[in-house]
Design a protein around this ligand. Structure first.
Ligand SMILES: CC(C)(COP(=O)(O)OP(=O)(O)OC[C@H]1O[C@@H](n2cnc3c(N)ncnc32)[C@H](O)[C@@H]1OP(=O)(O)O)[C@@H](O)C(=O)NCCC(=O)NCCS
Length: 181
């Protein structure tokens, strides 16, 4: 487990798949994601079976919060496209449980993920892509210290139009400077 103040990150289990299926079929959740087709439980099972073939550092993690004595899953996050020579990696996050939105959990998750990237995976650069109209997510990433780097114009087609995709990143130096402040 990777523990934060209010959250922890763990590996997904087969028992999570029903919940994941509900999240990825909710248009409000997928609005800011590249997912655009309905997903069946069996498709989640195929995805789950494929996880073992990924490098361990690129397997997803479930975000959980405390509920009494127990922990409750609220979303997923993780790294992909890790480049071991350039020491860079890409992060993604989806809080599927809408009841916890806007309570700082997204910010805390991204902070923990970035810390994990620099302090455990020994990355030098963490980057992400976000639709330019996902103001909420952009604000979350800015709070964590991600810097705007560029705009991929009309890079993806979603909801009847081409969307610009922003590139944001944070470097190890910037992270360490933040930690010292
Ligand atoms: C985007 C997401 C990770 C944010 O997590 P969260 O826990 O809701 O976010 P936080 O509470 O940590 O922070 C949200 C910030 O955005 C701000 N915000 C929320 N709605 C906003 C809006 N419409 N316009 C501008 N800012 C907004 C909040 O005020 C807060 O900033 P503040 O602390 O300065 O007030 C989460 O909502 C999510 O997973 N959404 C669905 C999937 C998705 O879009 N993922 C991102 C793909 S790139």
């Amino acid at each position: 487990m990777i523990y934060g103040k209010r959250i922890r990150l763990r590996r997904p289990e087969r028992e999570d798949l029903q919940t994941f299926t509900e999240w990825v079929n909710d248009p409000e959740v997928t609005k800011g994601l590249t997912l655009y087709l309905p997903m069946g439980l069996w498709e989640e099972e195929v995805w789950f079976e494929s996880l073992g073939k990924r490098p361990p550092a690129e397997r997803p993690m479930v975000v959980e919060i405390r509920e009494g004595e127990a922990w409750r899953a609220i979303g997923n996050c993780g790294y992909h496209n890790i480049d071991t020579v350039s020491r860079s990696g890409e992060v993604g996050i989806m809080l599927g449980d809408k009841s916890v939105w806007n309570q700082g959990y997204g910010t805390e998750t991204m902070r923990l993920l970035v810390k994990h990237g620099f302090e455990t995976l020994n990355l030098n650069r963490v980057q992400l892509y976000v639709y330019d109209d996902n103001i909420w997510a952009i604000r979350t990433y800015e709070k964590v210290g991600f810097v705007h780097e560029g705009r991929r114009r009309q890079a993806e087609y979603k909801d009847g139009k081409y969307k610009d995709v922003l590139v944001m990143s944070i470097l190890r130096d910037e992270w360490e400077q933040q930690a010292n402040e």
